[in-house]
Design a binder for this molecule. Structure first.
Ligand SMILES: *[C@@H]1O[C@H](CO)[C@@H](O)[C@H](O)[C@H]1NC(C)=O
Ligand SMILES: *[C@@H]1O[C@H](CO)[C@@H](O)[C@H](O)[C@H]1NC(C)=O
Ligand SMILES: *[C@@H]1O[C@H](CO)[C@@H](O)[C@H](O)[C@H]1NC(C)=O
Ligand SMILES: *[C@@H]1O[C@H](CO)[C@@H](O)[C@H](O)[C@H]1NC(C)=O
Ligand SMILES: *[C@@H]1O[C@H](CO)[C@@H](O)[C@H](O)[C@H]1NC(C)=O
Ligand SMILES: *[C@@H]1O[C@H](CO)[C@@H](O)[C@H](O)[C@H]1NC(C)=O
Ligand SMILES: *[C@@H]1O[C@H](CO)[C@@H](O)[C@H](O)[C@H]1NC(C)=O
Ligand SMILES: *[C@@H]1O[C@H](CO)[C@@H](O)[C@H](O)[C@H]1NC(C)=O
Ligand SMILES: *[C@@H]1O[C@H](CO)[C@@H](O)[C@H](O)[C@H]1NC(C)=O
Ligand SMILES: [Zn+2]
Ligand SMILES: [Zn+2]
Length: 838
């Protein structure tokens, strides 16, 4: 048996996970320093080129090249396509700004002054926009060999030159999303606050690639705040994009403005880079944080130049005031405001494609509206709301769980609940906890509220674990008993005297023929099940769960209100609870706990890996994961069948848990602009909801029609049937005994004087229920009567049979009465014989 492992292993795995996911430490090889110095020197040279060149110095049609990487003739980039890409960007600007575009281009916008000079555009672009891109027909497909040999990746022996580049968009369209960030104290802004640095994360996918390939990269550039216009570019070893940025501008004026600005900001950035304690290989890197592509110096991706244009807001509103109010809300009504929206032209100088955002005038507005999204403040609001909604769902879920745990406080109740159902839920909550804690890996931002929810999730995990431990200790005892039953050869004799036999249960073991099905001294049961008491079985195990008496007050807080009829046992005579008596289950549970953590960490790790694969694989993975998670009722249904017991869980718990666990998943599948930018897919969502619905229906019908109504006879192991069809034969051997036995007179009171068994009408008999002292009318098949389907198998018959319960000792009770009783004791209220658990 496995020894219990230290819970600190959990911590260890988290640290391991962090280590695996953290960027590799940059190895300081002997030539690293000189390489770094070389790199800084190259940056100074490139800045010098930027400083010295004028508008028009980079004009491929005039054979004018820039002496910086990527812009030389020998580099073999498709710069002859730049003018057409610029023309497209120009058209976007003109369409968005109308006649004011002219003054934007010649830089005289601010000279217009007043209302004229102030375009109603957001000046702080922090936020995201998303939409579709379409490929321009002038695009080409270029191959790695087309590019000059100065930066050819084939010179690197470790890479396969046949491998295409990343971000090589060859399809005709796909999704496009830009996350823009302009942080007030981080970005540099010129004195007039008219131009600022901007960086953006671009997420672009290609619909026509196999499995929906997509890429994520960063671009850096300048933002002209007054006109809502921005030009961004990637920068790498192969392409000194940021140094050539002024030459990509659309006019002489914009070139000069951006050149002056970049001359200053690049200067600052290189200074900062030099004074950093550890090398920063590329301050304008396009690869996601954590990758050290720049240090290695191999770049196998297409470079990208991006033009963004924000259309002016249709409302005439003071945009400065609006932005300030959004950022620092004072409660003033903002009214209806336009979303953050943009149009985009993208150009890859090396891979030779030009893409545009999809929208008017080429496409009708009903089909696509370029890129739309929201400012970061609105996004944060939305994220906050979803987090609060998630927290509420969690709170409900917890309250349902606590109610259920209170109800499931007795061993007999605990043994009904499926361990794996609860374990799946605990895994789900643990997964949520990890996702919330490591959310910054996915989102890049983290909110304080998220961490509070993470701790609610952690609390939920702990509550579930506690519940699991209770269930485990009860069921471990049960399993131990079954094992002993299955190994009859092992002489259990020495154990018997030591067994803590309940003082009150001095009744002898049930005789083999106590119940009317006489000659079935079934051989040791095929598998783990409470047997009909008719079966001969070995002596009671030392820690039996079945015949133990537990004083109701001892571990059940609910006992006072719903068990008025309990003949209180001598409290001193109660046996120890299974948890006390069985140290083994705890140790086993410890091992199980480590396995739980391991499974959780592995799932989480695999999920992180799958978060960055192609769209198709990603959606398949998440659908499968959701499906497995949402199958949490299946083990319960199975357990109900195997144990022939239908009522393990409360209704509100079943429904509430299903809903609160389904809602967050449905949110990501159905909500268009959800906070994680997950693709919506209502079909998968419908399948998942339907699956949960089927499970609930199965649970309901198990409770109403019997746990095995959909299972063919013989598929499940035999179990004692508390709802038998009553038949009247000559001796009355199959009928329950009359409830009126002298010893029970006191309990039953007056009612018992009425003769039980008096037939009110044909096919019915009346008995006494000794728990509630009421009559119980049961249908009885007359002796030799027909056993045709209509009589015995009909639905009404099935439902009627669920109304009463017959014990192996042939006492009959109302189903509700005996079920209530059996939540506390598994002995017959009449004759104190042991009852098989439900
Ligand atoms: C930029 O050019 C000016 C002359 O046009 C020169 O004085 C200055 O030193 C240059 N700056 C850099 C950083 O090269
Ligand atoms: C490039 O040269 C062509 C032909 O001389 C000219 O029409 C065009 O305006 C120039 N482009 C730039 C950006 O100077
Ligand atoms: C380009 O710049 C490099 C240094 O950065 C220099 O060695 C080379 O001579 C320059 N080429 C031309 C054509 O100016
Ligand atoms: C690049 O190709 C040219 C001819 O195409 C050749 O002369 C030159 O040596 C090559 N340079 C390198 C570094 O391979
Ligand atoms: C881009 O993809 C196309 C089609 O797969 C391929 O032929 C081409 O060589 C790729 N280009 C680059 C630069 O990888
Ligand atoms: C833009 O707005 C965001 C969010 O309110 C803020 O964090 C950022 O500092 C602002 N940037 C500028 C340049 O004002
Ligand atoms: C700032 O604006 C003033 C006039 O509005 C202009 O004279 C000055 O050159 C501008 N400064 C910069 C750095 O653009
Ligand atoms: C670029 O910056 C340097 C130093 O910051 C300055 O000397 C030079 O004049 C600037 N060049 C231009 C063209 O503004
Ligand atoms: C049970 O009741 C039936 C009829 O109601 C009666 O004939 C029978 O003797 C009773 N049996 C016992 C053991 O009381
Ligand atoms: Zn009753
Ligand atoms: Zn009995």
């Amino acid at each position: 048996m496995e020894v219990r492992r230290d819970p600190r292993s959990f911590l260890f795995f988290i640290i391991l996970l962090l280590l695996i996911n953290s960027p590799e430490p940059q190895q300081q090889s002997f030539n690293t320093r000189s390489r770094y110095d070389e790199l800084i020197q190259r940056e100074w040279d490139q800045l010098d080129v930027l400083n010295r060149t004028q508008y028009g110095d980079f004009n491929v049609s005039k054979k004018k090249w820039l002496n910086i990487s990527g812009c030389r003739d020998a580099d073999g980039f498709a710069w002859d396509m730049l003018p057409s890409a610029q023309e497209k960007a120009n058209a976007h600007g003109r369409r968005a700004l109308g006649d004011k575009w002219g003054s934007v281009l010649d830089g005289t916008l601010h000279e217009r002054g007043g209302e004229e000079g102030r375009l109603p555009v957001y000046r702080n672009l922090s936020g995201y926009v998303q939409g579709e891109w379409v490929r321009d027909p002038s695009s080409r497909v270029r191959h790695p060999e087309d590019m000059g040999n100065t930066t050819h990746p084939a010179k690197d022996p470790f890479t396969n030159s046949a491998m295409g580049f990343d971000r090589n968009l060859t399809g005709t369209g796909g999704p496009f999303r830009v996350h823009l960030t302009e942080l007030e104290d981080k970005v540099m802004v010129d004195v007039n606050k008219s131009i600022s640095e901007i960086s953006a994360k671009v997420v672009v996918g290609d619909d026509e690639s196999f499995g929906g390939n997509w890429w994520e990269f960063y671009v850096h550039g300048v933002h002209f705040r007054d006109s809502g216009h921005a030009v961004l570019t990637t920068t790498s070893e192969r392409f000194a994009g940021i140094f050539a940025l002024p030459h990509f501008q659309l006019s002489h004026g914009l070139h000069d403005t951006s050149k002056n600005f970049l001359n200053w900001t690049i200067h600052e950035t290189i200074h900062r880079q030099i004074h950093r304690p550890f090398p920063v290989w590329n301050p304008w890197t396009s690869s996601a944080a954590g990758s050290n592509e720049d240090a290695v110096g191999v770049t196998h991706h297409c470079e990208f130049v991006l033009y963004l244009q924000q259309p002016p807001s249709v409302q005439t509103m003071d945009m400065n005031w609006l932005e300030h109010e959004m950022r620092f809300p004072t409660g003033a009504p903002l009214g209806h405001r336009s979303q953050l929206s943009m149009s985009m032209v993208g150009f890859s100088p090396d891979c030779g494609y030009v893409i545009e955002s999809k929208g008017p005038p080429d496409y009708p507005p009903s089909e696509a509206m370029h890129l739309v999204g929201s400012k970061i403040e609105e996004y944060n609001d939305r994220a906050r709301h979803s987090i609060v909604a998630f927290a509420i769902a969690f709170a409900f879920q917890l309250s349902f769980l606590i109610k259920q745990m209170k109800e499931t406080a007795t061993p007999s109740m605990r043994s009904r609940v499926s361990f794996y159902t609860i374990a799946t839920m605990a895994l789900g909550d643990g997964f949520t906890f990890l996702v919330l804690i490591f959310m910054y890996l996915f989102l890049g931002t983290a909110q304080l509220a998220m961490y509070s929810i993470a701790f609610v999730a952690l609390f939920s995990v702990l509550a579930h674990l506690r519940f699991l431990m209770d269930i485990w200790s009860v069921q471990a005892a049960e399993r131990a008993r079954q094992e002993r039953q299955q190994a009859p050869a092992v002489p259990a004799a020495p154990e018997v005297p030591a067994a803590p036999v309940p003082a009150t249960s001095d009744a002898p073991l049930p005789a083999a023929d106590a119940f009317g099905t006489p000659a079935t001294p079934a051989a040791p049961p095929p598998s783990g099940l409470p047997l009909p008491v008719t079966a001969s079985r070995p002596p009671p195990p030392p820690r039996p769960q079945t015949p133990i008496l537990i004083a109701p007050d001892q571990d059940d807080p609910l006992s006072d209100d719903d068990t008025p009829l309990l003949p209180t046992t001598n409290a001193a005579a109660t046996t120890p609870t299974p948890t006390q008596a069985a140290p083994n289950p705890r140790a086993e549970f410890g091992a199980l706990y480590s396995r739980f953590c391991l499974l959780l960490i592995i799932t989480f790790f695999v999920t992180i890996q799958f978060a960055t694969v192609r769209t198709l694989y990603r959606s398949i993975y998440f659908s499968i994961l959701s499906f497995i998670y949402l199958s949490f009722w299946v083990p319960q249904i199975y357990r109900n069948v195997m144990r022939n017991c239908g009522r393990a869980l409360r209704w509100d718990y079943t429904i509430g848990t299903s809903v609160t666990r389904l809602v967050p998943i449905a949110y990501f599948y159905l909500k268009e602009d959800n906070v994680l930018f997950a693709n919506t897919d209502w079909q998968t969502c419908a399948v998942l909801v339907g699956w949960v619905w089927i499970q609930i229906v199965a649970l309901v019908s198990q409770s109403v029609l019997g746990p095995r109504f959909f299972v063919r006879e013989g598929w499940a192991p035999p179990a004692y049937d508390y709802h038998p069809i009553l038949r009247e034969d000559e001796e009355g051997a199959l009928l329950p005994l009359n409830a009126t036995s002298p010893s029970d007179d006191a309990i039953e009171g007056e009612e018992s004087s009425r003769s039980a068994g008096e037939a009110k009408n044909k096919g019915k008999k009346v008995f006494d229920c000794s728990i509630c002292a009421m009559d119980i009318e049961v249908p009885v098949v007359p002796a030799g009567g027909s056993t045709d389907e209509g009589m015995v198998g009909g639905t009404s018959m099935v439902l009627q049979r669920r109304m009463y319960m017959v014990t192996p000792c042939r006492h009959i009770f109302h189903a509700t009465c005996l079920e209530g009783w059996m939540r506390y004791r598994l002995i017959c209220p009449n004759c104190r014989e042991a009852l098989p658990p439900l």
